[in-house]
Write a protein that binds this ligand. Structure first.
Ligand code: MF3
Ligand code: CO
Length: 257
């Protein structure tokens, strides 16, 4: 069942979303060669607690971190580690979520470490743009397939592939609610979007083929062919005035990350 949220509930989710956004922007600014992914995780956990929120990933199905830190061919769910130091030219996905006052928010972005190859810059841009095209479809009366298809079309037109094994999701008083939000699909298909629905849209895009496998740590998903992967995510509400990105300030304009 898809649960619609009241305006007061959306405000609560936005409060959670601003903490997620604030932590991710601070982490983005910390990213440089030599810093470890554990340093970023420690920061985010502290940031959440200082803002009276709970890092939502920590302990979720036994996940050991507060942030997912996925580098280069790692698609999602990379586990922070003190021995994993960022290197010039890497691309790093930072995925973070919190619970505040019973409501969840979830977001992610992929950032370059120092100067990166132009092909990697392009992968980041196209993946971010695929999220922006999807967000544009988040309007009452549209269908979920319109959102999914918008991601897939932009990604494939640019010669990349969308991952099938992981999907976006409804979000609210739980981190994962119905519906599932695939990054592939057909326009005009799937449930109709209604005011008060909230979905976490999270394109995972590979520069090579779409296949992934999970490492022996049981978490880290990597591309099957070793190609690069990027990941962007926002928590977005359906409103009569159009898409409301709950994981950024209301006054923000321009690129979604
Ligand atoms: N953004 C991811 C998701 O929505 C984060 C979950 S990671 C986990 O599923 F560790 F919490 F599982
Ligand atoms: Co998510």
């Amino acid at each position: 069942m898809v649960i619609c949220k009241s305006p007061a509930e959306l405000e609560k989710m936005h409060r959670a979303g601003l903490i997620v956004w604030g932590a991710l922007e601070k982490m983005r600014a910390m990213v440089r060669p030599g810093i470890s992914t554990k340093d970023l995780d420690d920061f985010a956990e502290k940031y959440a607690v200082e803002h009276h929120a709970r890092p939502a990933f920590k302990g979720y199905r036994g996940y050991p971190g507060s942030v997912c830190t996925s580098i280069n061919k790692e698609v999602v769910h990379g586990i922070p580690s003190a021995s994993r130091k960022l290197r010039e030219g890497d691309i790093l996905s930072l995925d973070f979520g919190v619970e505040l006052d019973g409501y969840y928010a979830d977001a992610a972005l992929t950032v370059p470490v120092g100067k990166v190859a132009p092909e990697r810059e392009k992968l980041l841009r196209v993946t971010r743009e695929s999220l922006e095209h999807a967000i544009e479809k988040v309007r009452p009366g549209n269908r979920l397939g319109d959102v999914s298809a918008a991601v897939q079309k932009w990604v494939e037109e640019n010669g990349y592939s969308v991952v099938r094994e992981f999907v976006g999701h409804g979000i609210g008083t739980k981190m994962h609610e119905e519906p599932q939000v695939p990054n592939y699909g057909s326009p005009g298909q799937g449930p109709r979007l209604q005011e008060g629905m909230v979905i976490a849209i999270e394109p995972m895009v590979n520069s090579g083929g779409p296949g992934v496998r999970v490492l022996d740590d049981d978490w880290t998903a990597v591309t099957a062919d070793g190609s690069d992967s990027a990941h962007f995510e926002h928590t977005v509400a359906v409103t009569s005035k159009g898409p409301w990105i709950l994981t950024r300030p209301k006054e923000a304009t321009g690129p979604c990350w």
